[in-house]
Design a protein around this ligand. Structure first.
Ligand SMILES: C=CC1=C(C)c2cc3[nH]c(cc4nc(cc5[nH]c(cc1n2)c(C)c5CCC(=O)O)C(CCC(=O)O)=C4C)c(C)c3C=C
Ligand SMILES: [Fe+2]
Ligand SMILES: [Fe+2]
Length: 348
């Protein structure tokens, strides 16, 4: 008798972005109503979300206008999903990727309904956040649990937690960074800025492992480059709101580099695809700031996208998650920092 092919759904999680100007304000509202982002009880959170999304919408609309009115994050995530399906093809299982964005379409509800209709035998949760944060990965996982229950999904679930040091993830960054270093003619007079999305300080103080994992990624990448005396700094971008955020801030580092006559290569270390934070903030706003601040030369390394080492790393994580009990946390297994498993248990 012919063996049935096992259907494995791989759910790709990311933050999402508005697809048209009218979507900007509701996208922002969805973001600020998330208790993982604004940590105050209802009904105050609703009120804050309403006020802040209304106030931020004009600025955000300008940002997305520079990208033609919407974010490219969904089409670029589709490309990643297709590349991942190709990398996983050829074995006993049939893998299909589904996208669950946290704050705009396609939402987790849409992914869960599509997986139910497909009739998956197994579900792998794969965050497109290499470094775990309660504000991103954990928020997506909690939202997934709700959506999966609503859709009546009962297939076994395996979860990838974080992968800040996955060899293929680091190798992908090394390959892209080496290309830019070659274009710059070497690293003389150059400082590398590893720029990650920031977080409010109090989120880290409450035990979020994100900053520690970002710093692990940066140190591993700098070591893997193998360039003696390399000048590099980890810094944090995209601050919003009145709270104190972790630092140093990327814009302050650009001004400092200008005052020291240093050229810069900026690496987006916590984003795996291009979107407003890379194409507008890093390229346009910070490119302009670098010029104004006297930075002699300013380069930006592309986000990972479908870089082959990265896609292989994701495929390896999917296979390893299949073989794990329920949660795959390579960092915890290696004795590194990840409080995520405890957080996920609490969420369960
Ligand atoms: C590592 C990734 C990210 C973390 C951590 C993160 C935390 C975080 N973000 C905000 C506020 C905003 N983020 C916005 C956009 C945005 N953020 C990320 C990633 C992380 N956010 C992505 C991938 C995107 C989408 C960009 C796109 O598709 O274009 C925005 C909207 C844009 C803007 O108005 O600037 C806001 C607002 C907070 C408050 C936060 C942690 C508390
Ligand atoms: Fe963000
Ligand atoms: Fe983890």
């Amino acid at each position: 008798m012919a063996r049935m092919t096992r259907k494995v759904a791989v759910v790709l999680f990311n933050l999402g972005g508005p697809d048209k100007p009218e979507a900007v304000e509701p996208f922002l509202f969805n973001l600020f109503i998330d208790p993982a982002i604004i940590r105050v009880p209802q009904p105050f959170r609703w009120l804050i979300a309403k006020l802040v999304s209304k106030r931020r919408a004009p600025v955000a609309k300008e940002i997305y206008a520079a990208l033609g009115g919407g974010s490219p994050i969904v089409p670029l995530t589709r490309d990643q999903g297709q590349a991942l399906e190709a990398a996983l093809a050829g074995g006993e299982s049939e893998f299909r990727s589904f996208i669950a964005m946290r704050y705009w379409h396609p939402f987790a509800d849409e992914a869960a309904a599509a997986i139910k209709a497909w009739g998956a035998d197994e579900i792998i949760l794969l965050p497109l956040y290499p470094q775990y944060s309660t504000t991103t990965t954990e928020s997506s996982f909690r939202d997934w649990e709700r959506a999966a229950a609503k859709a009546g999904l009962s297939a076994p679930v395996k979860t990838v937690c974080c992968y800040p040091l996955a060899p293929g993830f680091i190798a992908a960054h090394v390959a892209l960074l080496r290309d830019v270093i070659a274009k710059a003619g070497g690293t003389d007079g150059i400082r590398i800025l590893f720029s990650a999305h920031g977080l409010p300080k109090k989120v880290i103080e409450a035990g979020d492992p994100y900053q520690a994992q970002v710093e692990q990624s940066c140190a591993a990448l700098a070591a893997a480059l193998g360039i003696e005396g390399l000048d590099w700094v980890t810094c944090y971008q995209s601050r919003v709101g009145p709270l104190e955020w972790i630092g140093p801030a990327t814009d302050k580092e650009i001004i400092r580099a200008g005052s020291e006559g240093k050229s810069l290569i900026v690496v987006p270390i916590a984003f795996v695809s291009e979107h407003s934070e890379t194409l507008v903030e890093l390229d346009k706003e910070y490119g302009h700031l670098a010029k104004e601040s006297g930075v002699p030369r300013y380069f930006r390394v592309p986000a990972l996208g479908t870089e082959p080492h990265f896609i292989e790393a994701l495929a390896g994580l999917v296979r390893a998650a299949q073989a794990s009990d329920t949660i795959l946390c390579p960092e915890e297994a290696a004795g590194h920092v990840c409080t995520a498993r405890a957080g996920l248990k609490m969420a369960g």
